[in-house]
Write a protein that binds this ligand. Sequence first.
Ligand SMILES: Nc1ncnc2c1ncn2[C@@H]1O[C@H](COP(=O)(O)OP(=O)(O)OP(=O)(O)O)[C@@H](O)[C@H]1O
Ligand SMILES: [Mg+2]
Length: 223
Amino acid sequence: MVSLNSVTISQRNKQILNDINFRVNPGEFVFLIGRTGSGKSSLIKVLYGEIPIDEGNGNIVGFDLKNLNKNKIHLLRRKIGIVFQDFKLLQDMTIFENMNFVLKATGWTNKIKIKERINSVLKLASIDTPQEKYPFELSGGEKQRVAIARALLNDPKLIIADEPTGNLDPETSESIMELLKKLNENGITILMATHDYNMIVKFPGKIFKCEKGEIFEVITKRY
Ligand SMILES: Nc1ncnc2c1ncn2[C@@H]1O[C@H](COP(=O)(O)OP(=O)(O)OP(=O)(O)O)[C@@H](O)[C@H]1O
Ligand SMILES: [Mg+2]
């Protein structure tokens, strides 16, 4: 699903991750941990084509990251669902309009099919809030559910989430994790960066740690 071979990643000419090897296999739930500034977000940005690979080779859902044509990045982003800490919903649009915006941008035209698809992802993300509501009328947890529903619109095989629970209280965080877990059980591969140690203790998954420019798998005992 994702493979990076001897990859070096920089931000403004400063090397962040050096000669790393990283793999996510289909069906896995993978946590990416590490201190602030260790390169988690940088790695995630490489995966959705926001920053280029300096050295090495990478592949994500069949796209070659080394030779990613700028005009093709939107095709890659259609194949993966991306979720952020700050939700990134469009503030002047309702839940329905936020969803509709994405579907229109990705070529959907049939109004009935659009409605069906929106209803279906909102149901999958267990959202019972009216679709006419605006983001400012929602709690943090509801906003993240809507953001996850939006990430599901184009039926991704992989969801990449950068600190999806970073702005949420512990209880809400856990319900968002339950949702991601459910999606994973439905066959969607999940890669999520997190600071939240409680989550990796509570929810099973492979753990990779970014540290001192490297990335390695961590084996922990769970209780
Ligand atoms: N846009 C940018 N321009 C220049 N340097 C950046 C940029 N974004 C991040 N960096 C630097 O890259 C390094 C890695 O940052 P990154 O955001 O990947 O870390 P992180 O592990 O996601 O941290 P956090 O846990 O705080 O989110 C840091 O030293 C940071 O200062
Ligand atoms: Mg980060």
